[in-house]
Design a protein around this ligand. Sequence first.
Ligand code: HPA
Ligand code: ZN
Length: 326
Amino acid sequence: MKLIHLIEQLPKSELHLHIEGTLEPELMWALAEKHKVSLPYESVEAIKEAYQFDSLQSFLDLYYQGADVLRDEDDFYQLMRQYLQHCKADNIVHTEIMFDPQTHTARGVGFDIFMPGFQRAIEEARREWGISVYLIMSFLRHLSEPEAIETLNQARAYYPLITAVGLDSSEKGNPPEKFIKVFAAARALGFKCVAHAGEEGPADYIWQALDLLKIDRLDHGVRASDDQALMARLRDENMALTVCPQSNIKLCVFDNMQHHNILQLLEDGLCVTVNSDDPSYFGGYLNDNYRALMTHLGMDESALVQLVKNSFMGSFLPAEEKNKWL
Ligand code: HPA
Ligand code: ZN
């Protein structure tokens, strides 16, 4: 089978996806009209044209602004439903989705609004398409640790729906060590732990995420290649990395796809996975990311198969579920 068809037809798992980053300009526009929110854009086309970034922060500014149109339960349902439709189209059979509660609670939109909306769409996708979904509650690292702890407490009624906690937003200047207590508390409650580290920030932040937050999986982590001792540690622990190729190009982590290190990390023996991060903002869902690796990095069939296997091995599925896909 041709590689392009194999990309489409292999059942896959996605492990690094921010639900707020799936808000398509068309839905943003429709929800702004519905809620009479004024957007700083004149048209859907103008929204699309604004998506030119030179750093993580330049993206985050638009991402938080866009999320302001999400106001009621049905908005969160539609958001989740649209992403899960993309999962079906891309043959994603399992997905572990991050959401940013503080982006919503700061605007007076609470857990009782967004969680039931998410839950309704997730149950439908499970029933209609057999897709399995885990949720990862991410703390915003530009805010304080006490605010993250408050968020963990606010989520209490929804703990059964949440598999893991994560850490995202502006990396530089907000090291993992700022969040030791909240991650320890989450771990004691039985949550798995993930954190963004080594996207824009240095390899030292990856060491901190491993040693201080005791993460079970590393989000991004591409800067690990700066530090050979760290590479050995990640290899020895079989730590999964959720790499997001198109995101990294859009946010100028690498200057072009030909210079991306994902296949080198794979060759070096790391458990690397492919993910879309914020597909609406970065111009591609999961299969687009795999296709970019084929087109620009010469990914061959054996690399594709290993990346897809890693997407299940690095997941939080129980062993017997994982093994069904390996
Ligand atoms: N990095 C950090 N925070 C984020 C990202 C990202 O790629 N996407 C959404 N929040
Ligand atoms: Zn991310």
